[in-house]
Design a protein around this ligand. Structure first.
Ligand code: UTP
Length: 290
């Protein structure tokens, strides 16, 4: 049991088909959410949980992510020469705060397979996993909330959210015993069950702290729902070997993996941005007056 984790894995090798054509050549994680790419929110969440190594599992069309977290000397020189100190600081800050490691998933065989691609870097210790297209706005960060449960109880931890009966078919859903204070002992899980098959309405939401014991399990894992190697199936096997906890996180989630979700997140967060609130209100007013 540890009170800190140093590595956070970001599986970003998916094809983003729900966001085509925008994602044909641009990773969905690089689309802007208000003033920054979506992925930056995930990296900040991991930093806030104390992680110092960001392990990106990338695929085709994801080169922009590598460039984004690298230094850009031409841009830095230009900003310096124009005395744009604040922008200069923003441009270099993230690449200074963490180490970025890139591993390639050559074929999009599923989330479980993407996590397995992180084995060379993460095999010796507990590590975090963030699916960055679910943007979490929370204080403390959702990954830090999971880490608190891991520190207290050991084992792996998944983020949970109570969803409506109609929505269980969109997520992995757990069967779990209430351990108090929003923490559940996970006994089983099912990937994308319809309401009649769902063991509860507690769905897994894109944030994990995983034991390295997941790797040998994922190596043997057969394809499951949708013909993909599912992380949920791997964690299901892990439950028979080690404790897995679920925690109903406190915070707000924005699903930026689809166009309506991304648009909603942009409008909602722009309304909370002092300089942008007026822009949204003006656009709505103009529309209503037309
Ligand atoms: P999604 O289910 O959102 O799939 O993956 P996707 O391919 O990104 O998007 P759609 O469904 O086609 O629109 C959940 C997470 O798992 C990663 C994705 O990048 C995303 O962060 N993933 C998925 C991989 O890294 N590799 C895979 O083979 C599949």
């Amino acid at each position: 049991m540890t009170s800190s984790i140093s590595k956070c894995l970001f599986p970003v090798a998916g094809l983003g088909t729900r966001f085509l054509p925008a994602t044909k050549e641009i990773a969905k994680e690089m689309l802007p959410l208000v003033d920054r790419p979506i992925i930056e929110y995930g990296v900040e969440e991991a930093l806030a949980a104390g992680c110092k190594e960001m392990v990106m599992i990338t695929g085709r069309a994801k080169k922009a992510i590598e460039d984004y977290f690298d230094r850009s000397f031409e841009l830095e020189e230009l900003l310096k020469s124009r005395n744009k100190q604040t922008l200069y600081d923003e441009v270099i800050s993230l690449s200074e705060m963490a180490d970025f490691i890139y591993l390639r998933q050559h074929r999009p065989l599923g989330l479980g397979h993407a996590v397995l691609c992180g084995e060379p870097v993460c095999r010796n210790e507990y590590f975090g996993v963030i699916l960055p297209d679910d943007v979490m706005v929370a204080e403390p960060s959702v990954l830090a909330q999971l880490l608190a449960v891991h520190s207290e109880r050991g084992g792996s931890v998944v983020a949970l959210e109570e969803v409506s009966a109609e929505d269980t078919s969109r997520y992995g859903v757990v069967a779990a015993e209430n351990a108090g204070n929003g923490v559940f002992a996970v006994k089983d899980m099912v990937e994308k069950p319809g309401p009649e098959k769902a063991p509860s309405r507690l769905a897994i939401m894109g944030r994990y702290i995983l034991s390295p014991a997941i790797f040998p399990i994922l190596e043997r894992q057969q394809a499951g729902a949708g013909g993909e190697i599912q992380l949920t199936d791997g964690i299901r096997t892990l439950i028979s070997q080690e404790p897995v906890w679920g925690v109903v996180y406190k915070g707000r989630r924005f699903d930026c993996g689809t166009q309506p979700g991304w648009l909603h997140a942009n409008i909602r967060l722009a309304m909370e941005h002092p300089a942008l609130k007026e822009v949204v209100l003006r656009a709505v007013k103009e529309y209503e007056e037309e």
